[in-house]
Write a protein of this length. Structure first.
Length: 54
């Protein structure tokens, strides 16, 4: 797997979990939604660091 493919997968995971977190935040429990969004940001940080290493 190339770096670009790994970055794309990490971006996809980030987007899916961020949307789930926002939906959960707005409809159910705000604290759990915040934790889901923070968890999704870990994938974005990993993707960004891969982009910087290039």
């Amino acid at each position: 797997m190339s770096k670009d493919q790994i970055r794309n997968v990490l971006n996809l995971i980030f987007m899916i979990t961020a949307v789930i977190g926002v939906i959960y935040y707005l409809t159910k429990d705000r604290m759990v939604g915040t934790y889901i969004i923070l968890f999704s940001m870990c994938f974005k940080i990993a993707e960004s660091s891969l982009r910087m290493i290039k």
